[in-house]
Design a protein around this ligand. Structure first.
Ligand code: NDP
Length: 331
């Protein structure tokens, strides 16, 4: 049984020196517990925050203990009457090939709803983040202009599509031409900007002749700085993420206050767990749109438990299209 531990807290960009693969004995399920074989692991940008011990909304990972996060696993042995061998479950699980869990920390995945990996993407945490951030904070109205950064990732690609479903004009920003083509050709974005090859300020001006009503921000930094001057009266900024600054100390940029005042804009941060009481509603909308073919999704899947660290590091290099996963084992 292998585990992946945090062995050193990164100050800048995380690398192999911060994570270590450790051999351990296969755990045994106690009374009321199940033994789980990990099938898929989700790597997520928020995990970078948990590697630091700064105050946050969620406790930091402990040094020399396994990282934990969203995963899909198979029940291979059960001392819990609610689960039997062969059940597929999802929940926050340690980065271990085998782990134990009590029935409360995992829930069964219904394979009839789609591939089980969707519980980590479009029908899971990233999908819900997109749904609640856009509908609740963004309050989109027919004909409004929505700009999405990090638009080809797990959250962003869902925001782009929900924006189209709700009648917005949608502009996506991403880091490769393959991604911008995906945004316009597959997801139906009205325009897309490659922030690595284009002048974002100019490109946003061109792509948004009527200004920006909603900015769904996944990245912060210079891309966000390029949007603020284009905000319309009563614009809404959905502050979902700021990945451009996760590995940067003392990040600085233009001041935003003047732009907020000028445009009477609203900016609101959130974590998806704020909407815990409404997950069922979000899930129902997402699965209905998926079944109707109004939503689609991509997954980038790395193979092998030992490649979890590289899959995680890849998020900061833009290696993923859609949801980044690691396949650890066959059911
Ligand atoms: P993604 O699938 O979007 O993966 C990260 C992507 O970010 C990369 O593919 C890369 O795409 C882009 N990126 C990386 N570094 C930079 C940079 N310096 N500048 C601009 N873009 C960069 O991840 P998620 O969809 O899981 O998460 C997206 C954002 O949403 C993250 O900021 C995350 O922290 C946040 N989030 C917030 C939640 C909440 O509850 N508030 C919940 C879930 C996610 P590219 O090639 O385009 O650069």
């Amino acid at each position: 049984n292998r585990e992946i531990h945090l062995v050193k807290r990164p100050e800048g960009t995380p690398d192999h020196e911060h994570l270590s693969i450790v051999e351990s004995n296969q755990p045994q399920p106690a009374e009321g517990e199940v033994l789980l074989k990990t099938l898929y692991v989700s790597v997520d940008p928020y995990m970078r925050g948990r590697m630091s011990d700064a105050k946050s909304y969620i406790a930091p990972f402990q040094l020399n203990e396994p990282i934990s996060g969203g995963a899909v696993a198979e029940v291979v042995d059960s001392n819990n009457q609610d689960f039997q061998a062969g059940d597929i479950v999802t929940g926050a699980l340690p980065w271990q090939e085998y782990s134990t869990a009590n029935g409360e920390s995992v829930r069964k995945v219904d394979p009839k709803l789609g591939p089980v990996t969707t519980s980590l993407g479009i029908l899971g945490m990233p999908g819900l983040t997109a749904y609640f951030g856009l509908t609740d904070i963004g309050s989109p109205k027919q004909g409004e202009t929505l700009v999405v950064s990090g638009a080809a990732g797990a959250v962003g690609s869902t925001v782009v599509q929900i924006g189209k479903i709700l009648g917005c004009r949608v502009i996506g920003i991403a880091g490769t031409d393959e991604k911008t083509s995906y945004l316009t050709d597959t997801l139906g974005a009205d325009a897309a900007i490659n922030y690595k090859t284009e002048n974002v300020r100019e490109a946003v001006k061109q792509a948004c002749p009527d200004g920006v009503d909603i900015y769904f921000d996944n990245v912060g930094g210079e891309i966000a700085d390029a949007i603020y001057p284009r905000l319309n009266k009563f614009a809404r900024i959905v502050q979902c993420g700021a990945i451009s600054s996760y590995n940067v100390q003392n990040d600085q940029g233009p001041r935003i206050q003047g732009y907020l005042i000028k445009s009477s804009a609203l900016i609101k941060g959130f974590v998806v767990a704020d909407y815990q009481d409404r997950y069922k509603e979000g899930f129902e909308h997402l699965s209905k749109w998926l079944q109707e073919g109004k939503l689609t999704y991509e997954e980038t899947v790395k193979e092998g438990f030992e490649n979890i660290p590289d899959a995680f590091f890849g998020l900061f290099k833009g290696e993923n299209l859609g949801k980044q996963l690691v396949k650890v084992a066959e059911p």
